[in-house]
Design a protein around this ligand. Structure first.
Ligand code: FDA
Ligand code: NAP
Length: 473
């Protein structure tokens, strides 16, 4: 620990991907507007420098949202942090417009994100992994206004402790591997694809397999087919073929800001309808142009009498065996089908992600965070976890709120507005707290057991907002 031991910030962001970058911009614009007392902030990111799914920055991969759904525009159309401002600063605005395309490449959008982060970089500590969030020891009344974050630093300086009045957790999606499949130097998840691929001698990759039927799988299959002209590429597809991502205008309304309210304040039936009708806007689906690219390659091979790209339809990866130096993928056709083996030089599992899960970070603070009957966090409309009422600090989520706020939880579509709403919430709650005066309750009491066991009270109509917890006697 160092002289920085007693750093205290109004807001500490955990993770610095697009979500918290957008929040840093919203805070910067709040400051620049001279709207009120300054909000001090720090963002902690475990990567050594900014990177947005770097291992999937494949050539020709394009964005899946319009460039207008950037870090700021939907909140502030005149923002100097917009994608258009970036194009202008780069001298490409006119050329970009001539291209007549709403969907830039991921590489160009990455450059935009890097340009934006450079302008707020004085508030970011890279190479800083948050290991836990806890209450300060001793639970003295005045200290309970802060949370304490334990941070491991990559620079060899050891650790750092940071205190925060509010934390905003935005640590991103969690890679999902097929059951019975461990990652190693020949078995990769799509989230590590380019890094792993670049470590190999391409001549060694003569037979490769890609599992999955989502956007990642299709993009990687296309990449391997193009980059390895000598190789056999097997696409292991659970369906009968890739399905198209529905981004048609009416369906696209599920990503509108108003859809967040419809979802949040809707009935269980409304929420269920969102998933039933619109899951195919995002999950296990592929953009039309990538599907057509792959089909064209496969068909041209047919014409030439070549079989380099093989689609193993209705098939899932059911495990991987290591036999000597060989990697054998166990393939299952249909739920009751036989399992057969395919020997490969590399298997890429483009098998998707689980939602962000903050429980590991929250540790002994977790019992103060209230959950619903299904065991999921209760989250207020302003993205603050519903906490036991005695808790004065805010724990906000950017991600991991699909069950409360809907499909945009893990996406870029609503970033600009969401981060603005979080800033508004922090400002409003601070004003409310200042008006209330001294702390009414101490949080150092008994926080063991479930909220129900402790007798926390809920108002169901308020979306689970806790309205009262018996104070420690
Ligand atoms: P993101 O995952 O980007 O960032 C989280 C950050 O937290 C990471 O930088 C990570 O290192 C850091 N971190 C994690 N744990 C930490 C800890 N303990 N301490 C410190 N730092 C920590 N969506 C969309 O709307 N349009 C699109 O075009 C795409 N494209 C796309 C491509 C690919 C390949 C994927 C996998 C996903 C997308 N997405 C997408 C969805 C994607 O979730 C979204 O684009 C953003 O990455 C979400 O930004 P976040 O900042 O929330 O998470
Ligand atoms: P995904 O959409 O969740 O797809 C995962 C795929 O893996 C599904 O088809 C799933 O099939 C399959 N799968 C799971 N277990 C399997 C197994 N054991 N064997 C074979 N297949 C298995 O994940 P994703 O493609 O990584 O996409 C995640 C997010 O990133 C999406 O939002 C996507 O739009 C985004 N993305 C964007 C870009 C871009 O912007 N260019 C690129 C890549 C990804 P089941 O559904 O049957 O389980």
């Amino acid at each position: 620990m160092s002289d920085r031991e007693h750093e205290i910030y109004d807001v500490v962001g955990i993770g610095f991907g697009p979500s918290n970058l957008s929040l840093a911009i919203a805070l910067e614009e709040y400051r620049a507007n001279g709207a009120g007392n300054e909000i001090s902030s720090l963002f902690l990111e475990r990567q050594a420098s900014f990177g947005w799914h770097r291992n999937m920055l494949l050539p020709w991969a394009t964005m899946q949202v319009s460039f207008l759904k950037d870090l700021a525009t939907f909140r502030n159309p005149t923002s100097s942090f917009s994608f258009i401002a970036y194009l202008h600063a780069s001298g490409r605005l006119v050329k970009f417009v001539n291209n007549q395309d709403f969907f830039p490449t991921r590489q160009e959008f990455h450059q935009y994100l890097e340009w934006a982060q450079a302008r707020v970089a004085d508030r970011v500590a890279y190479g800083s992994e948050v290991r836990s969030i806890r209450l300060p020891s001793g639970s003295a009344r005045e200290r309970s206004e802060h949370l304490r974050l334990e941070v491991a630093e990559a620079t060899g300086r050891g650790g750092r402790t940071v205190e925060a009045r509010n934390v905003v957790i935005s640590t991103g999606l969690v890679p999902n591997m097929p059951e019975g499949t461990e990652r190693d130097e020949r078995v990769w998840h799509s989230s590590e694809f380019l890094e792993r691929y670049r470590r190999m001698d391409p001549r060694e990759l003569r037979r490769v397999a890609v599992a999955g039927a989502g956007q990642s799988a299709a993009e990687i299959t296309r990449f391997l087919y193009d980059e390895l002209p000598h190789a056999q590429v097997h696409a292991v597809v659970p369906s009968y073929g890739y399905s198209i991502a529905d981004d048609s205008p009416f369906a696209n309304q599920v990503f509108d800001p108003s859809a967040v309210d419809a979802y949040y304040f809707g009935t269980e039936r409304t929420r269920e309808a969102f998933w039933r009708y619109h899951r195919n806007t995002n999950y296990s689906v592929v953009d039309d142009d990538v599907i057509r690219d792959l089909y064209r390659r496969w068909y041209d091979d047919e014409v030439r009498g070549v079989r380099r790209l093989e689609f193993l339809n209705l098939t899932r990866v059911a495990g991987v065996k290591r036999v000597g130096a060989e990697t054998r993928v166990c393939l299952q056709e249909g739920p009751d089908g036989e399992v057969r083996e395919l020997t490969v030089d590399a298997l890429v599992c483009a098998t998707g992600y689980d939602a962000m899960e903050p429980a590991g970070l929250l540790g002994d603070l977790d019992p103060l965070c209230l959950r619903d009957e299904a065991g999921r966090y209760r989250v207020e409309r302003d993205y603050r976890i519903v906490t036991a009422p005695a808790m004065r600090c805010g724990i906000y989520l950017q991600g991991g709120t699909e069950h409360t706020h809907g499909l945009t939880s893990s996406l870029l579509s609503n970033l600009a507005l969401r981060s603005g709403e979080i800033v508004d919430s922090i400002v409003a709650r601070r004003a409310e707290r200042n008006a209330q005066g001294p702390i009414l309750a101490e949080i150092g009491g008994d926080i063991s057991g479930t909220p129900a066991e402790r007798g926390d009270l809920f108002d169901e109509k308020s979306g689970g907002r806790a309205v009262g917890t018996p104070l420690p006697r």
